[in-house]
Design a binder for this molecule. Structure first.
Ligand SMILES: Cc1cc2nc3c(=O)[nH]c(=O)nc-3n(C[C@H](O)[C@H](O)[C@H](O)COP(=O)(O)OP(=O)(O)OC[C@H]3O[C@@H](n4cnc5c(N)ncnc54)[C@H](O)[C@@H]3O)c2cc1C
Length: 369
């Protein structure tokens, strides 16, 4: 690249998913110049679309973004089942194509320049980057002070500038047409998704069905059995997609490049909630840029979420490694008091335990019961 450029900005955000558009919107609202580049403005991200409903108030998102509100979750282990009332912290189902589109529109209305184009590469020249973006008609060179990779689990920005990939797990996923339910269902244990879970969510007038496929298990073979259990004689094609596995001390910022959302692995372990944390992380990053303190991003993120993420990672190991413990988990949830406690950790109203504290509590419980 020579030093010629067509556009110049303070923040160039690659990826117009929940992370990128939330960041763009907040920066614009705070009069910070930014450009948002999305490779496909009609992209329908494969996703269950379940997000804590509280996100609508927290981020002033119009209610029409919500396709359905869920107050009941059904949890299953190989031996037990339980119906859990989550009306304290309900989940909203969003349809990603329209949700992402509307979020990008909100950013645009706030002042963001939105471009349909694909990130190709970036070169650091002095205090700024020259970034090559390929659009339908031409190649653009954009000059920027900060470059933000919010381009998902297969982040090109991360690969290009950090020579690194996101640790991720493969899922099987499909949307079954003409079916509707008003609850979410999770199947834990070796029958359908060893060490992970299989899910059934409503998705407009479809059912979203999927499962995490833990490497080294027979999960791939189990998915057709799971699908048949949920719906017989269905020919809907099943595809594979990746979800990040959060790693401690993953990349946040270096040399004026930030990673955000899936590109930074910011998905809550165990539940695999990525939408909510992509949005929350974007808010923290926006504050860091507004403060002109890039290191605030990692510091604040760790302060807010690291313990919770650590705790959920430990819980996943404890409860999903063996069916004996998976059955115990559902047994816990059958006890209303323990269920409330479990939900409080998920809601973020209870302080997360360290691995040691969690193991001790569990040991005491198992000893008593
Ligand atoms: C099957 C499946 C089910 C899931 N279900 C749920 C769920 O129910 N609830 C939940 O919270 N999370 C779920 N997740 C996770 C969730 O989808 C992600 O964590 C979330 O979308 C992260 O948002 P993001 O903005 O970081 O990334 P993304 O939503 O992936 O957005 C990245 C954007 O970058 C764009 N892009 C990529 N490369 C380029 C490029 N080179 N140039 C320009 N643009 C680019 C993409 O088109 C995309 O729009 C699921 C994931 C999968 C795979």
């Amino acid at each position: 690249m020579n030093n010629q450029y067509e556009l110049s900005t303070k923040c160039l955000i690659i990826g117009g998913g929940p992370a990128g558009s939330t960041l763009a919107r907040k920066l614009s609202k705070n009069s910070i110049e930014n450009i948002l580049v999305e490779k496909n403005l009609n992209y329908d991200k494969p996703c269950g679309g379940g997000v804590k409903s509280i996100v609508f108030e927290e981020f002033d998102l119009p209610k029409e973004f919500e396709n359905k509100k869920i107050n009941i979750c059904k949890l299953h282990s190989p031996k037990y089942s339980v119906k859990v009332d989550i009306s304290n912290t309900p989940i909203s189902i969003v349809l990603r194509q329209e949700f992402d589109k509307k979020n990008r529109e909100l950013a645009k209305e706030a002042g963001t320049i939105l471009i349909e184009g694909r990130y190709k590469k970036a070169e650091k020249t002095g205090n700024y980057y020259l970034v090559k973006i390929e659009t339908k008609n031409k190649t653009l060179i954009i000059k920027t002070e900060y470059l933000i990779g919010a381009d998902g689990v297969k982040s090109s920005v991360r690969k290009d500038l950090f020579n690194s990939t996101v640790n991720a797990i493969l899922t099987n996923y499909c949307n079954i047409p003409n079916k509707d339910i008003d609850f979410c269902e999770f199947y834990f244990g070796k029958n359908y998704a060893p060490n992970e879970y299989a899910w059934v969510f409503p998705h407009g007038n479809k059912l979203s069905i999927g499962a995490g496929l833990k490497e080294g298990t027979n999960a791939k073979k189990l998915f057709p059995i799971f699908k048949k259990k949920i719906i017989k004689n269905d020919e809907t094609k099943v595809n594979g997609f990746f979800i990040p596995i959060w790693e401690k001390d993953d990349i946040f910022f270096k040399n004026n490049v930030f990673l955000l959302g899936d590109a930074a692995g910011q998905v809550l372990p165990f539940t695999y909630e990525g939408i909510y944390y992509a949005i929350k992380s974007a808010d923290i990053l926006a504050n860091a840029i507004i403060k002109e303190d890039p290191y605030f991003y990692e510091k604040e993120w760790n302060k807010k979420f690291r313990k919770r993420f650590d705790f959920f990672k430990t819980m996943q190991k404890i409860f999903l490694s063996f069916d004996f413990m998976t059955n115990k988990l559902i047994k816990f949830f059958q006890n209303k008091k323990l269920q409330r406690r479990g939900l409080a950790y998920w809601e973020g109203t209870a302080k997360p335990l360290t691995s040691g504290q969690a193991a001790l509590k569990l040991f005491k419980y198992l000893f008593k019961n």
